[in-house]
Write a protein that binds this ligand. Structure first.
Ligand code: MN
Length: 317
């Protein structure tokens, strides 16, 4: 359905429960907070299901809207969730009860009694913005601020290839409400913890290049995690680091999950030389053409050998 129809549907509901995806990012979090704020202003009873994987930095946006214990949901909405495997454990019970799914992933699996999905949008926040606008007639700051978080974070502050003219148009409308976007940009794009910087220093210190410096391994063994006392917050979006290196179009970040089990995040270049999904599928994982992942077991040396062989099998000249 269109955002207008979705707004009309939501306007007729009560006891609305909003779901975010596992390992929540700024988009799912900002959409949930913005939508919940708008529903409150529209006189609806609505809450966000607490997400146990929420980081501290993002948690502040949803905090005022978290469902109290024992809340009985009458209508369930998912935001930025493409598939059943993006539901966190404990949230999966709601999978068959979604009344409205709002999403922007091309891989959206088509669940929900109704859905409002537009894969041309860089962020789900662009769609939720239109819904909130239709619901309220104008978007006040408490709605605009989390939606700005959604739109800015899903586009890496408007620099990723998914950014469109519409992304900027929505951002402009959100800024026009008078929100403190400078504070948001500082928090999400211009601030790094000392631990994060220590992590980046260690990663840049152990870079291992392959394929004539076009490929690079960055490794995060458990020992480094313990040594620096790293949290999930410190590790957020660390896989983008490899692609900042000039000439690199195949960056593999290897993170040890438990002894002998590694999670690889692969980021590849827009030149199409290495299709990240094909590499990761051959290792039992999946993803997008330029960003994919796989979980691989073995010693670090064995894992690197397997990744290298998979890249060699897929890479063009
Ligand atoms: Mn998103």
């Amino acid at each position: 359905m269109t955002p207008k129809e979705a707004a009309a549907l939501l306007g007729g509901q009560n006891d609305i429960l909003i779901l975010t995806h596992r390992r929540p990012d700024g988009d799912t979090t900002g959409c949930a907070a913005g939508l919940c704020a708008a529903l409150w202003l529209a006189g609806r009873r609505a809450y966000i299901l607490p997400n146990p994987e929420m980081t501290q930095t993002l948690g502040q946006y949803v905090e005022p809207y978290l469902a109290p214990e024992g809340f009985q949901a009458g209508f369930i909405v998912s935001v930025d969730i493409a598939s059943k495997k993006m539901f966190f454990p404990g949230e999966e019970v709601y999978f068959d009860q979604i009344g409205l799914a709002i999403d922007h992933h091309p891989s959206f699996e088509g669940f929900g009694r109704e859905s409002c999905v537009d894969a041309s949008r860089a962020a789900c926040g662009e769609i939720v913005y239109e819904i909130c606008l239709a619901l309220l007639g104008e978007v006040p700051q408490e709605v605009a601020l989390p939606l700005y978080v959604a739109v800015s974070t899903d586009t890496g502050c408007f620099v990723y290839a998914n950014t469109t003219a519409n992304t900027h148009a929505v951002a402009a409308a959100l800024l026009a409400t008078g929100i403190d976007y400078f504070a948001v940009n500082k928090r999400h794009f211009r601030t790094k913890s000392k631990k994060r910087l220590a992590l980046e220093a260690a990663l840049l210190g152990n870079m291992e290049f392959f394929q004539e410096d076009r490929g690079v391994f960055l490794t995060i063994p458990l020992s480094l995690r313990q040594q620096l006392g790293l949290t999930e917050d410190d590790l957020e979006d660390i896989s983008s680091l490899a692609n900042l290196i000039e000439g690199v179009d195949c960056g593999a970040v290897l993170r040890e999950l438990e002894p002998g089990l590694w999670r690889m995040s692969l980021r590849t270049g827009a030149n199409g030389r290495v299709n990240a999904t094909r590499v990761c599928v051959s290792l039992g994982g999946g993803g997008h053409a330029m960003a994919a992942g796989a979980t691989i077991s073995g010693s670090l040396e064995q894992v690197k050998e397997r990744v290298l062989a998979a890249v060699e099998a897929v890479a063009g000249k």
